[in-house]
Design a protein around this ligand. Structure first.
Ligand SMILES: *[C@@H]1O[C@H](CO)[C@@H](O)[C@H](O)[C@H]1NC(C)=O
Ligand SMILES: *[C@@H]1O[C@H](CO)[C@@H](O)[C@H](O)[C@H]1NC(C)=O
Ligand SMILES: *[C@@H]1O[C@H](CO)[C@@H](O)[C@H](O)[C@H]1NC(C)=O
Ligand SMILES: *[C@@H]1O[C@H](CO)[C@@H](O)[C@H](O)[C@H]1NC(C)=O
Ligand SMILES: *[C@@H]1O[C@H](CO)[C@@H](O)[C@H](O)[C@H]1NC(C)=O
Ligand SMILES: *[C@@H]1O[C@H](CO)[C@@H](O)[C@H](O)[C@H]1NC(C)=O
Ligand SMILES: *[C@@H]1O[C@H](CO)[C@@H](O)[C@H](O)[C@H]1NC(C)=O
Length: 517
C-alpha cells in the first residue's frame, strides 16, 4: 500500500488526496458482556538475571520507580511485575550469598548485545529488593525447574516466602500473588535440560511433584493468598511434544491438590518488518491463535494472561522493536488481547533489550549492535512506554471501566470504546499505516462518529504525535514528553475540543484519544 502510494505519486503529475472517510458507530451504553479493563492491563515481565538493576540493590532505582509511579498516578494501580524468564533455567539461591547477584554472562554479540546470564546465584537480598517497588505492586516470581533439582527450587521458594514475610517488604506494601515453576519447559530438550523424549505428560508429572514441595516451602495452600501460575510454553514452538495449555489441562495438571492451587494459566508469545508488526490484521491473527487455549482455561474457571510477551525474537529487532511504530503495536495488541479474554499482558523487559518500554540503567554498550558507546546512554523510556500511558488514561482510575472494540471499516484503523459506569466515556483510535522517514506522502483518515442514542455533544482530542514510525524518540502525548532525565512528564498539555459532529482526522502512524463530554 505504501509503495503503491509512493509509486503512484511519482508516476502522477496530479496532486491527489489519499484521505478517505469512515463513520464509526458507538453505543452510548455498554454492550452486555464487555470485559472490564484493569489499570494494570499493561504489566511487566522482567528478566530475572538483572532484577537488582531494575528494582535497586541498596536503594531504589528512582528512574524505574518513576516510570511505574507515572502510571499509578493515572490509574491508581501499579503495573504487576513478573520476575522470571530464560535466565531462570540456571538460577540458584545460596544461603549467605551477599545482596549482590553473582552473574556469569556469555559474550555479547551484534545480534544479542545484552545476552541473558547463564549462571545466577542470589541471596536473600535479591528477593527483598521487592521493597523498592511502589506500594500495592503485585508480584509473580519464578523458581527453577529447568535444572530438575527440587532442593534448589525449595530453597528459592523459602527465600521468596521469607522476603515477602519480612517487615521491610510488608511495610512497603508489596504483595506476592503467584509462584511460577519453571519457564518455557518446551525448550528444555533443545537446551539439554531434559532428554529428547520429554513431553507434556512427563511435564505434568514433574510439575506436580515439584509443586508439592514448592507449595509447602512457599506457603501456598487452598487458603493462602499466594497461588501458582501454570503454563509457560514458548509459542514459537507450539505443538512440539504436545506442549500447549490445552494439553497441559487434558493431561490432568489441575487434578492434584497442588494443581488446584493454579488460578492463572499463561503463555508466552514472541516473533519482523515494522509495517508487518504494526498491521491491524497481524495483531489480530497473532492473538486469535490463543483463542482455543483461552477458552480451555476459562472453562476451568481460571484467569488467562500473556505472561511474557513482546514483539520479536532476540530481544527485539533494531528499527522495529525500539521505534515509534512499536508503540502503536503495543497499544493495539494489549487492547485487542483484552477483547479475546486475556486479563493482563506482561510485556517482557531486560537490561538493554531492544523492545523495552523502559531502559532503567545507563548503558555503555549499544543495544542495537553491541558497539561501545562513546557517550553512555542514561536511563530512558522507549516509544512503547507511551502505549502504557495512553492505555492508562483510556482506562482511567475508577476501577469500573469496560472496553469494546469498535467496528472501523478500515484495514489500517482500529478503535476501542471505554465505558465508565456503563456509559461511553472515551475512545481510542490507532492508525497503524506505517509512515516512515522514507514515505513520500502521509495519508489520513477522516472519522465521523455516530451514536445509537442521545450521546455526547463535544469531545476533547489528545494525539500521540509521531514524526515517523521509525523514529526512536521525539514522541509527545497531548504535547507532553516522557523522554526526560527522571521519566517524569514534561511540557504543556495540548487538547483540542471539538463538536462531535465535526469528527476528526487521524494520520498514518498516529493515536487519537477522544474524551466525551
Ligand atoms: C549491589 O550492591 C553491592 C554493594 O554495594 C555492589 O557491590 C554491587 O555491585 C551492586 N550490584 C548491583 C547489581 O547493582
Ligand atoms: C519433598 O517432599 C517430600 C514429601 O514430603 C519429602 O520427602 C522431600 O524431602 C522433599 N524434598 C525437598 C528437597 O524438600
Ligand atoms: C541441587 O541444588 C542444591 C542447592 O542449590 C545443591 O546443593 C546440589 O548440589 C544440587 N544438586 C545437583 C545434583 O546439582
Ligand atoms: C511421554 O513420555 C513418556 C516417558 O518417556 C512416555 O511413556 C509417554 O508415552 C509419552 N507420551 C506421549 C503422549 O508421547
Ligand atoms: C504473526 O503474524 C505474522 C504475519 O501473519 C506471522 O509472520 C508471524 O509468524 C505471526 N507470529 C506468531 C507468533 O504467530
Ligand atoms: C569496548 O570497550 C571495552 C573496554 O573499554 C573493550 O574491552 C572492548 O574490546 C570494546 N569493544 C568493542 C566492540 O569495541
Ligand atoms: C467498507 O468500505 C468498503 C471500501 O471503502 C466499502 O466498499 C464497503 O461497503 C464498506 N462496508 C461497510 C459495511 O460500510
Amino acid at each position: 500500500m505504501i509503495s503503491w502510494a509512493r509509486n503512484f505519486l511519482l508516476a502522477s503529475p496530479l496532486t491527489i488526496s489519499l484521505s478517505y472517510a469512515v463513520t464509526v458507530d458507538i453505543p452510548v451504553s455498554v454492550p452486555s458482556g464487555a470485559p472490564m479493563a484493569s489499570g494494570s492491563l499493561f504489566s511487566l515481565s522482567i528478566e530475572q538475571d538483572r532484577w537488582l538493576d531494575w528494582a535497586g540493590n541498596t536503594s531504589r532505582n528512582e528512574f524505574f520507580f518513576n516510570t511505574l509511579d507515572n502510571l499509578i498516578q493515572i490509574t491508581g494501580e501499579p503495573p504487576q511485575i513478573r520476575i522470571g524468564a530464560d535466565s531462570g533455567g540456571s538460577y540458584k539461591f545460596q544461603r549467605g550469598a551477599t545482596g549482590d547477584a553473582q552473574l556469569v554472562f556469555p559474550d555479547p554479540s551484534a545480534t544479542v548485545p545484552y545476552p541473558e546470564a547463564d549462571k545466577i546465584v542470589v541471596g536473600n537480598a535479591y528477593y527483598e529488593a521487592a521493597r523498592f517497588l511502589p506500594r500495592n505492586t503485585h508480584i509473580i516470581w519464578g523458581v527453577n525447574f529447568g535444572e530438575n533439582n527440587i532442593t534448589a527450587a525449595v530453597l528459592e521458594a523459602q527465600a521468596i516466602r521469607k522476603a515477602f514475610d519480612s517487615p521491610a517488604v510488608k511495610d512497603a506494601g508489596v504483595i506476592l500473588d503467584f509462584v511460577e515453576i519453571g519457564n518455557e519447559a518446551n525448550v528444555y530438550t533443545r537446551n539439554r535440560l531434559r532428554s529428547p523424549d520429554f513431553n507434556i505428560s512427563e511435564y505434568v508429572k514433574e510439575w506436580s511433584s515439584f509443586a508439592q514441595n514448592v507449595s509447602t516451602a512457599a506457603g501456598i495452600s487452598s487458603s493462602s493468598h499466594v497461588k501458582f501460575w501454570g503454563g509457560s510454553f514458548a509459542d514459537s514452538l507450539f505443538g512440539t511434544a504436545g506442549f500447549s495449555t490445552q494439553n497441559m489441562l487434558s493431561n490432568g495438571i489441575l487434578d492434584s491438590p497442588e494443581g488446584k492451587l493454579i488460578t492463572t494459566a499463561f503463555s508466552l508469545e514472541n516473533d519482523g518488518l515494522l509495517q508487518d508488526l504494526m498491521a491491524k490484521s497481524t495483531i489480530r491473527s497473532n492473538l486469535t491463535i490463543f483463542s482455543p487455549d483461552i477458552t480451555a482455561v476459562k472453562n476451568q474457571g481460571l484467569d488467562y494472561v500473556l505472561g511474557e510477551t513482546n514483539n520479536c525474537p532476540l530481544h527485539g529487532v533494531p528499527g522495529v522493536s525500539n521505534v515509534a511504530g512499536a508503540a502503536l503495536w503495543a497499544l493495539d495488541y494489549a487492547l485487542f488481547a483484552r477483547q479475546i479474554g486475556v486479563t493482563r499482558v506482561f510485556f517482557h523487559q531486560g537490561i538493554g533489550y531492544r523492545y523495552n518500554m523502559i531502559q532503567p540503567l545507563t548503558l555503555t554498550r549499544s543495544a542495537l549492535d553491541a558497539s561501545n558507546l562513546s557517550t553512555p546512554l542514561p536511563p530512558h523510556i522507549q516509544p512503547p512506554y507511551y502505549a502504557a500511558v495512553i492505555a492508562a488514561e483510556a482506562i482511567g482510575n475508577g476501577g469500573n471501566t469496560q472496553i469494546i472494540e469498535l467496528t472501523v471499516n478500515s484495514t489500517k484503523v482500529a478503535g476501542y470504546g471505554f465505558f465508565t459506569g456503563g456509559r461511553i466515556a472515551r475512545a481510542v483510535f490507532i492508525n497503524s499505516e506505517a509512515f516512515l522517514a522514507t514515505t513520500a506522502e502521509r495519508t489520513s483518515v477522516h472519522i465521523d462518529l455516530s451514536f445509537d442514542s442521545e450521546g455526547p455533544t463535544s469531545m476533547d482530542i489528545k494525539r500521540l504525535a509521531i514524526e515517523h514510525a521509525d523514529d526512536v524518540s521525539g514522541l509527545t502525548w497531548g504535547g507532553v514528553s516522557y523522554e526526560t532525565d527522571d521519566a517524569r512528564p514534561s511540557g504543556e498539555e495540548t487538547i483540542e475540543t471539538v463538536d462531535i459532529s465535526d469528527g476528526f482526522d487521524i494520520s498514518a502512524t498516529e493515536v487519537v484519544m477522544l474524551s466525551f463530554r
